[in-house]
Design a protein around this ligand. Structure first.
Ligand SMILES: [Zn+2]
Length: 255
């Protein structure tokens, strides 16, 4: 992605978007939205190069300033979601390292997550763990926390709006489970409908709208096949994401 300088009113940047703590009073650092581990290593390395002033100008990865405590508190859940995605895509909790090297490495180094994913909702171990399709019953609260964290970050990064309240709606479902109509509705991500509601003046989204390269189709692709998101701020603020072209998410704040 190309970095667009953010001219949002600095008053909006005074608080951590997750806990509301005043940034001036606490230790803070930059947090990647989306969660960096969801992207490929190649892209992460290019993003890191950009951050130190090297690399290509399109290698910027979106970041927001949050308090350090919030930043690190998300790590276990982010790691959990990463394991779930790897297991689902590889079709196993014990992927073949030859076929799925990255998944095999991640899942092997997160035995505690694999153990918890092996248990069914009734507390029983899944008996056919190597058969397909792989049935997982992940902890939806953990996944929801990561989705909301990223949605908040996207909204803040793009429209300069801190959404400190809990969202009114959080949904997620594998794309393939959506009906044709649901899928069409989901993919038709608004760029603000009739643009009746403008985002915070000076925000990145405002600048993108004024730019010829305004969000084509409403989706911003951070990495093809890995992560894309869209924001509709007409009325409610709705953030949609698609992770690994597998998991569709929708988070909404009514206003
Ligand atoms: Zn915080």
């Amino acid at each position: 992605m190309r970095e667009i300088e953010d001219f949002t009113d600095d008053r909006l940047k005074a608080w951590c978007i997750h806990c509301g703590a005043a940034i001036a009073d606490i230790k803070s650092n930059r947090d990647h939205v989306p969660t960096k581990s969801l992207l490929t290593r190649t892209l992460r390395e290019r993003g890191a190069a950009y951050d130190i002033g090297a690399g290509d100008e399109t290698d910027y990865l979106p970041q927001v300033i949050v308090c350090r405590r919030c930043n690190s508190s998300f790590s276990p859940d982010e790691n959990y979601l990463l394991c779930v995605l790897h297991a689902v895509i590889a079709g196993s909790l014990y992927p073949d390292p030859a076929k799925h090297p990255e998944a095999a490495t991640i899942l092997r180094s997160n035995r505690h997550v694999v153990r918890s994913l092996k248990s069914g909702p009734d507390g029983q171990l899944l008996s056919f763990e190597n058969s397909k399709p792989l049935a997982l019953f992940p902890d939806t609260d953990k996944i929801r926390r990561v989705i909301v964290k990223n949605a908040r970050g996207h909204a803040y990064h793009e429209i300069g709006e801190p959404l400190l309240e809990a969202p009114d709606h959080v949904g997620f479902i594998p794309l393939e489970h959506l009906s044709r109509e649901q899928c069409d509705a989901f993919e038709t991500a608004g760029t603000g409908a009739e643009l009746s509601v403008w985002p915070e003046v000076g925000s990145r989204m405002m600048i993108e709208l004024l730019d010829e390269e305004a969000m084509i189709g409403g989706w911003i692709t951070v990495e093809p096949g890995r992560y894309r998101y869209s924001i509709d701020w007409s009325g409610a603020v709705t953030v949609k994401t698609v992770m690994w072209e597998y998991l569709a998410t929708e988070t909404r704040w009514e206003r």
